[in-house]
Design a protein around this ligand. Structure first.
Ligand SMILES: *Cc1c(COP(=O)(O)O)cnc(C)c1O
Length: 410
């Protein structure tokens, strides 16, 4: 008899975006002529930069000729890409990352979901609330949590409430934690941390021998000077942090799949005798066993964002989305809404008007003005009373959506 992994049974059934999809489809069935604008799902809409397309085509041609054909590549990724990453992302900001500390993969979702495998089952983890659900669900599947309660929170996880009283940022945990998931710029709140704020987390982790799993998928959206792009800009972070990056939001790779994770050799986890073990060789072991690398054309395409044209095209694309973010943020602010984020991130986190519950505001916007966003409650209990809008739509739809949301206020 095959026994099921009962941890999977702890996960609540309805996934946020399928529930949104269900409600939108139902509404469309009842209102087939409604002109719906979606500012909900966190997916990019602009096409791949031309430099990326060219590089990918060229790489495909190489794969079709015997002299330049490539079979399995290194599991960790091609050095032509990891060198470019180090040269362009880390060295200019004064960070020293070695080539064998870069692990190229097919997504930050997989990496943030898989990395927990390196840790024992008894670790206590801390996550922000609201949170990107992958961090929680992957740990639930592994058996690192208890049951879920009526608020949607799992036993044994320490939830860090990102409330207005906390400046929509996670407070340091009140009880000791071993693994800390941080995401900045944040999805869903669009908030960032200053160097001083991030340093408090690094200090906490060093004092407690914890590990910070830092998701920097939106690093390229930072516009203001002085906001850290990487946790490794903070002194001592190499001892306690792993960083996840992705080409998905940076360069429109959500359908192309390429990301990377930085695992410094100094970062450790400890055995029952208190002896430290470097995570870098363990992650290498994990990846070489369970992963066979990202396809050559995709890695060649990713490397093209570091050419002169590639850099210009990526910058332009991010500028396009960030102009959308400004339109949403300023439009809603002017109409009297309270909004957060949208300055260094493609997400705007708005407080619902009249203390409406997130899902009630979702229904109101969908029914009255045909705009779809994401209910904050779907990201955690402290997301209740908030609503997420994304800057990933077209300019035209963004402008129309803002006008409509303002109109819905009456
Ligand atoms: C979109 C996103 C990612 C990127 O995931 P990929 O698998 O690389 O596409 C990672 N983390 C967060 C918080 C995201 O929103």
């Amino acid at each position: 008899m095959a026994l099921v992994n009962e941890n999977y049974l702890k996960l609540p059934g309805s996934y946020l975006f399928s529930e949104i999809g269900r409600r939108v489809n139902q509404f469309k069935k009842e209102n087939p002529d409604a002109d719906i604008i979606r500012l909900g799902i966190g997916d990019v809409t602009r096409p791949l930069p031309p430099a990326v397309v060219e590089a990918m085509k060229k790489a495909v041609e190489e794969m079709g000729r015997a002299e330049t054909f490539r079979g399995y590549g290194p599991e960790q990724g091609y050095e032509f890409l990891s060198e470019k990453i180090i040269e362009n992302e880390f060295r200019p900001r004064g960070m020293d990352i070695a080539a064998d500390e870069v692990f190229i993969s097919d997504g930050a979702k997989c990496d943030t979901g898989n990395f927990q495998e390196l840790f024992g089952i008894d670790n206590i983890l801390a996550v922000s609330d609201p949170v990107y659900p992958v961090y929680v669900d992957s740990n639930v599947m592994a058996g690192r949590t208890g049951k879920v309660n009526e608020k949607g929170q799992f036993e044994k996880i320490v939830y860090l409430p990102c409330t207005e009283a906390n400046g929509i940022k996670p407070p340091l945990p009140q009880t000791r934690v071993d693994l800390i998931y941080l995401c900045f710029p944040n999805n869903p709140t669009g908030m960032t941390l200053s160097k001083e704020e991030l340093k408090q987390w690094v200090d906490y982790a060093r004092e407690n021998r914890s590990v910070i799993l830092f998701d920097a998928a939106y690093e390229a959206y930072i516009q203001e000077e002085g906001i850290p792009h990487s946790i490794f800009e903070i002194e001592g972070a190499r001892e306690v942090a792993v960083e996840f990056r992705s080409f998905s939001k940076t360069a429109g790779f959500t359908g192309n799949r390429c990301a990377y994770t930085i695992v410094p050799k100094e970062v450790m986890a400890y055995d029952s005798e208190g002896k430290g073990h470097s995570l870098n060789p363990l992650w290498l072991r994990r990846q070489t066993t369970k992963f066979n690398g990202v396809s050559y054309p995709v890695q060649a395409a990713a490397a093209a964002i570091y050419t002169e044209e590639g850099k210009r095209q990526v910058k332009e694309m991010i500028g396009y989305y960030m102009e959308n973010a400004r339109i949403i943020r300023e439009g809603l602010e002017k109409a009297g809404y309270k909004v957060f984020g949208g300055v260094n991130a493609p997400y705007i986190w708005m407080k619902t008007p009249d203390n409406l519950a997130s899902w009630d505001f979702f229904e109101k916007l969908m029914r009255e003005v045909n705009v779809i966003g994401t209910p904050g409650a779907g990201f955690g209990s402290n997301g209740e009373g908030y609503f997420r809008l994304t800057a990933f739509g077209s300019r035209e739809n963004t402008e129309r959506a803002v006008e409509r949301i303002v109109r819905s206020r009456g």
